[in-house]
Design a binder for this molecule. Structure first.
Ligand code: ZN
Length: 199
């Protein structure tokens, strides 16, 4: 028999599924939720429901958004001819932190990893090539992570995009090798953007 009432056990079990949350943390969070007001608990539940119900991918850049096209793709003040390619939608925040990038994005939702069965077809590359084919892009900045997979993805994309005759650049390795650009500070990210190179 469980040491907690059934609804509590169920909440703890759900929380334990979250990344980085073990049994102890799950129990602490569950008891915290039990103590907060009904309004606060309902706000938490509603926000979880809303991200599943209201968020989808931008039909242009694959960013996670509640409006389609997303805020970047529909912005009149952003340079729509300059596209920064990132692996995950969360990486956009790392580039935005520099406050020096005024272009738009393309989210691949992963990186090439033949060992894990991730080939070009598993990534959102086709609609990037279509964007380029339409001829309204002047430069593509490859801001995939400085990992083996990220580098392989950048090299593959550079080959595909060079055929289209546009400028293809790669962010400089101001970002530590083997890390994730999601966790990069503003200065390092800015240096990396400034030091991007032709591929
Ligand atoms: Zn978009």
């Amino acid at each position: 028999m469980s040491k907690f009432a059934e609804p509590m056990t169920r909440l703890i079990d759900e929380l334990k599924k979250l990344p980085g949350i073990g049994s102890k943390s799950a129990q602490r969070l569950a008891f915290h939720i039990l103590r907060v007001s009904g309004d606060d608990a309902e706000a938490l539940a509603a926000s979880i429901r809303d991200v599943k119900d209201k968020l989808r991918l931008c039909s242009v850049c694959n960013n996670i958004t509640d409006v389609d096209p997303c805020v970047y793709c529909s912005s009149a003040t952003r340079n729509q001819k300059l596209v920064c390619v990132v692996e995950e939608a969360t990486n956009i925040a790392a580039v935005e932190k520099t406050r020096h990038f005024n272009g738009v994005y393309h989210v691949l939702h992963g990186s090439l990893s033949p060992l894990h069965g991730v080939g070009p077809e598993q990534l959102r590359i086709a609609n990037l090539l279509r964007r380029v084919e339409r001829g309204d892009i002047e430069e593509v900045i490859l801001a995939t992570n400085p990992t083996v997979e990220g580098e392989a993805t950048a090299t593959y994309l550079a080959q595909q995009l060079k055929r289209q005759g546009l400028r293809v650049t790669r962010i400089a390795m101001g970002v530590p090798v083997g890390s994730d650009i999601e966790y990069t500070d503003e200065v390092t990210m800015l240096k990396a953007m400034e030091g991007r190179r032709e591929m």
